[in-house]
Design a protein around this ligand. Structure first.
Ligand code: ATP
Ligand code: MG
Length: 759
């Protein structure tokens, strides 16, 4: 023991200290969100090092993401007040297993320079095997086989170990194909992601000496987010910890959200059986969220059956209730969140100003990000997308935009280059060079160079045929743009179909393909807000140009899955509608498994918030160009009333949008406003807000003022108008106000269309 007092212990409560100081033997920290599990785990690493109990390379610490690993390492250094040199075994399961497998590749029949296949390669390989086995690839797609094999690997089943009960998989040929696939990987000196762990597990099982060596090496094992480990990971950990049993796992059964990827919440529940005599430490004090937010989250998760159940309490100040707001449609929701974020940034809500870095928007599915990105780009609100590129930077979006650009201007050479062989048209580098040369020597754009090349016989065969089709397509699409009779939305869809681009992704069986197709649909949806393709392209070009990647504060947008373990002072949770969240699939399923996992996801979402949490839903969304109405999510009904404030939707007071669609506007198929607001879900919300009228003056929030409350305005008041934004009242005339708007200048507005934005 070192005589210097450990600086990190003072920051911990007694239960956490217990978890930190119980260095030897198995420890399970099973506790709810925000109770300081990750903090205690980090302090435990610091303690191992500080007390000289272990050297950095003797500690195996598993995190769920690479980002979490980096953060944990930095924090250990900070806790100890000194930089930590080398923590080679702090990382995700995958990162750790790659390193191990490189050392022992030969035991898995590989060379140490093996390649790791990405999903594209993996699917291509499976496709070959399926075709070779004379199986109809259309009926039995490679993607499905990939899913099955992945599932087996997650369960730690090698081909020999797949149980008989699974033999019917993939037209009864699954196991056989799995064995062939593994054999092919070996000849290719390659592994897929699932192999990284499975190979190491198999090696440990078959080679006692190797296992013994690592048991000696990894004297202390720590695992964060234990509830999301799959069977293979679990067995691997159990083997490694089997000797010294110095393993500390932390997790929360209520936050198990990767069941769809083979995670087994049972692993955490079984810990005490696996490691008899384990110290089980429960943390109950939540340090993250205000009481209202915590109570709201607890209320939702309480609807799940078969939980361990936990008490959570906090000493935090009461703070604001969880805020709930319904919107007319998805665009209004995005607009509102943008304005709310700006208002919070300025501190106009009567609260301290928040930095954009303090705010996050958490969505159920990544295609939901698009309306927010569009809105934020338009109003110039800096944002970042966590866990993926921003919408207009995505590959499929850039490809599709290149097609649109060619339709508007066929001589756009950059666009032509981008898509000439996307999807594959059999035009390799050589053919593309020929096109370039032909164009350059004739001083014409690439598309014309390509035509000349074919006419001169400089390109023949399949490549020439496909290129010819592309050139003809560009000509037709351009004609349609000039002619302008076809709607630009239909044209855009036609371009993506005729070019084979949509089909390219439909045939692609990688796990990413469905998401890319969703994004393409989302792109077409974005077009609806513009008059023609050209206007849209200009819009995107301008907003992308405005993009400065400088360091300033940004609001974060990410999926709920990506938000695990993170926290933000301000959290927006949009899209709480049945069919979106919970997902349609989970609702269609028999049994409650899927739905309960969605509910845990809701719990994860709400518990990310420290101070302000806003749940919202839209009564209408455009799906495939059709308006569809949706009901508020069933999870909204589960939010305990006492901890929820229902905000009044801006549209309800005629703030400028959402009035009944005029006949012939093409919007009649929207559910009428009355339909939506007569829905049971909405009525319940209204009933709740009626019990605690929204107009009750509260310092911290802007109020919705109705016609009778005109007198509430005085000269000089700060007000907010849906269309014109923020401004100051300069004159009052009956129910009309003169307002000097910050951005829109002086306007006369009807008082009931304005809300007070006074601090
Ligand atoms: P999750 O389940 O979401 O992963 P968690 O249990 O891992 O949450 P942490 O992220 O470790 O919780 O901690 C939540 C917040 O509480 C952090 O901001 C952390 O710094 C703070 N915190 C944790 N323990 C204490 C403590 N003893 N005193 C003060 N603050 C604490
Ligand atoms: Mg954590």
């Amino acid at each position: 023991m070192v005589a210097r007092p450990a600086p990190y212990l003072d920051e911990l409560n007694p239960a956490q200290r217990q978890a930190v100081e119980a260095l030897d033997g198995p420890v399970l920290m099973l506790a709810g969100a925000g109770t300081g599990k990750t903090k205690a785990l980090t302090a435990r690493i610091a303690h191992l090092l500080w007390t000289g109990t272990a050297r950095p390379n003797e500690i195996l610490a598993v995190t769920f993401t690479n980002k979490a690993a980096r953060e944990m390492k930095n924090r250990v250094g900070r806790l100890m007040g000194e930089a930590v040199e080398g923590m080679p075994w702090l990382g995700t399961f995958h990162a750790i297993c790659v390193k191990l497998l490189r050392r022992h590749a030969e035991l898995a029949g590989l060379k140490s320079n093996f390649t790791i296949l990405d999903t594209d390669d993996q699917i291509r390989l499976m496709k070959q095997l399926i075709v070779a086995a004379n199986i109809d690839e259309k009926r039995w797609p490679a993607r499905q086989l990939a899913g099955i094999i992945d599932h087996w690997k997650n369960r730690a089943w090698t081909p020999e170990a797949v149980p008989a009960g699974e033999a019917s998989a993939f037209n009864s040929r699954g196991v056989e194909l799995y064995a062939e696939y593994q054999a092919r990987l070996k000849t290719l000196n390659a592994v897929d992601f699932g192999d990284l762990l499975l190979h190491m597990l198999t090696i440990f099982q078959a080679h006692d000496d190797v296992l013994a060596q690592y048991r000696r090496w990894f004297r202390y094992i720590l695992v964060d987010e234990y509830q999301d480990t799959n069977v293979a990971q679990y067995l691997w950990l159990r083997l490694l910890a089997g000797g010294h049993r110095n393993i500390c796992c932390v997790g929360d059964d209520d936050q198990s959200i990767y069941g769809w990827r083979g995670a087994e919440v049972g692993n955490i529940l079984r810990f005490e059986k696996d490691f008899p005599g384990a110290q089980v430490i429960r943390l109950e004090q939540n340090y993250r969220s205000t009481p209202h937010i915590l109570a709201a989250a607890s209320g939702v998760i309480a609807a799940n059956k078969g939980r361990l159940g936990k008490t959570l309490w906090t000493e935090a100040e009461e703070g604001e209730k969880l805020r709930l707001i319904g919107h007319w449609d998805g665009e209004e929701e995005a607009r509102w969140i943008g304005e709310e974020a700006e208002a919070m940034q300025r501190g106009t809500r009567g609260l301290n100003p928040y930095s954009l870095d303090d705010m996050a928007i958490l969505v159920r599915a990544s295609h939901q990000m698009r309306p927010f990105e569009d809105r934020f780009l338009t109003i110039g609100l800096p944002y970042r997308v966590i866990g993926g590129p921003r919408f207009y930077e995505r590959m499929e979006i850039r490809d599709a935009m290149a097609y649109f650009r060619l339709a508007v201007s066929p001589d756009d050479d950059l666009a032509f280059e981008r898509i000439v062989n996307t999807p594959k048209r059999g035009l390799g580098d050589k053919a593309q060079q020929k096109i370039q040369t032909m164009a350059r020597s004739n001083g014409v754009p690439l598309v014309d160079g390509a035509r000349l090349l074919i006419e001169s016989g400089g390109l023949t065969g399949k490549g020439a045929r496909e290129l010819g089709k592309l050139i003809a397509g560009i000509g037709r699409w351009h004609g349609a743009v000039l002619d302008a009779r076809e709607s630009h939305i239909e044209l855009a869809e036609r371009i993506l179909d005729e070019s084979g681009y949509t089909e390219h992704w439909q045939n692609d069986k990688t796990p990413e393909a469905p998401g890319r197709l969703e994004n393409l649909k989302e792109l077409v949806k974005a077009l609806e807000e513009f008059e023609n393709l050209q206007g849209f392209l200009e819009h995107v070009a301008l907003i992308m140009d405005n993009e400065t990647e400088e360091g300033g504060a940004k609001i974060s947008i990410m999926t709920l899955h990506a938000a695990k373990g993170l926290e933000f002072p301000v959290v927006f949770l949009p899209g709480w509608e049945d069919g979106l969240f919970p997902s349609q699939r989970s609702m269609d399923e028999t049994g409650l498994k899927g739905l309960e996992e969605e509910r845990r996801l809701a719990y994860v979402g709400v518990t990310r918030a420290e101070e302000v949490c806003t749940v919202s839903f839209a009564a209408n969304r455009r799906v495939y160009g059709q308006w569809q109405s949706a009901l508020p999510s069933r999870f909204i009904d589960e939010l305990p009333e006492d901890h929820v404030d229902v905000l009044t939707p801006p549209g309800l007071y005629g703030g400028g949008y959402g009035a009944a669609a005029p006949m012939g506007s093409g919007l009649e198929d929207r559910a009428s406003r009355a339909d939506v607001y007569n829905s049971p879900g909405w009525k319940r919300l209204q009933a709740r807000s009626a019990e605690r009228p929204v107009s009750q003056p509260r310092e911290s929030r802007s109020m919705v003022i109705d016609a009778e409350a005109v007198s509430a305005f005085a000269l000089g008041d700060r007000v907010f108008h849906q269309k014109f934004g923020y401004g100051q009242v300069t004159a009052i005339e009956g129910d009309k106000l003169d307002v000097e708007f910050d951005k829109a200048g002086p306007k006369k507005v009807v008082a009931r269309f304005v809300t007070s934005a006074d601090v």
